[in-house]
Design a protein around this ligand. Structure first.
Ligand code: URA
Length: 258
């Protein structure tokens, strides 16, 4: 097999495995054949529980409330992170991707980890998935500089592999302090990985999404990752339903269509 074909096949397989993970499937289903090889498209439709509006926040675990006092704000967190070498990702990253947007944002989006484009530019969500996220943010009536965007991991895992537990362990305290410093009213966790990490649960995103959860006293809405939407456009409706709940909670209307 030519190198290009092999690389395309690996990228396609990675996408398929992420789709499975994003719909809550752990590992390959028994007897499955990778669709790019077989030429078949797997059915990824999942059943969603009915969603109750304005429910009280759900607490998945014993979450410690955020201390009210912050020293140094978001710049203090950035300073303390410095030229981070706390895990092995420092050796392979081009740029550390801290986060971008308003330090007084009412709304924060948290993704998984920087990809190639983000690693090159040092800015979160600037690749293809990022462009879709920007469209979602605009459809909600916000500009990117009014909200805040960051990731669970601040450095790109090689070949965009899944983050490792030790990497999360090193990085999560900085994310927590970043979120504490901003103090948003709502956090949107994008995809399985962000939702499971922030809520300390193994529940699949298909079960977590659509209702508000509690993250250290902040309302957290899990929803599907934009990269997943790029491969499963049919799930955009669910994401828009989730974002409408976020808008309702923030008391904002989507901009009128022209
Ligand atoms: N995917 C993420 O989870 N984060 C990014 O910044 C880009 C793509």
């Amino acid at each position: 097999m030519a190198t290009n074909e092999a690389l395309e096949l690996i990228a396609s397989l990675q996408g398929y495995l992420r789709d499975l993970r994003d719909t809550g499937v752990e590992g390959l289903p028994a007897g499955s054949v990778f669709p790019a090889v077989r030429g078949a498209v797997p059915s990824l439709q999942v059943e969603h529980p009915p969603v109750a509006a304005a429910e009280p926040l759900r607490t998945e675990s014993t979450i410690v409330p955020v201390p009210a006092v912050q020293v140094g704000g978001i710049d203090g967190v950035r300073q303390e992170l410095g030229d981070c070498r706390r895990c092995g990702l420092a050796a392979t990253r081009t740029n550390l991707v801290f986060g971008a947007g308003s330090s007084a944002a009412r709304l924060v989006f948290v993704g998984e980890a920087p990809g190639g484009d983000e690693d090159q530019q040092g800015i979160p969500f600037v690749g293809e998935a990022g462009q879709l996220l920007t469209k979602i943010i605009s459809a909600m009536g916000f500009r990117r500089d009014e909200i805040y965007i960051c990731n669970v991991l601040k450095c790109r895992p090689p070949q965009n592999r899944n983050p490792h537990p030790d990497e999360i362990q090193q990085c999560h305290p900085f994310l927590l302090r970043q979120l504490q410093a901003i103090g948003p009213e709502v956090i949107v966790a994008l995809g399985t990985f962000a939702a499971q990490t922030l809520l300390r649960t193994k529940e699949p995103i298909s079960k977590l999404r659509g209702v508000f959860h509690d993250y250290h006293g902040i309302a957290l809405m899990p929803t599907f990752h934009p990269a997943y939407l790029l491969r499963n456009a049919g799930m955009k409706r669910e994401v828009w339903e989730d974002m409408q709940k976020v808008m309702k909670r923030l008391g904002v209307e989507p901009p009128a269509k022209r």
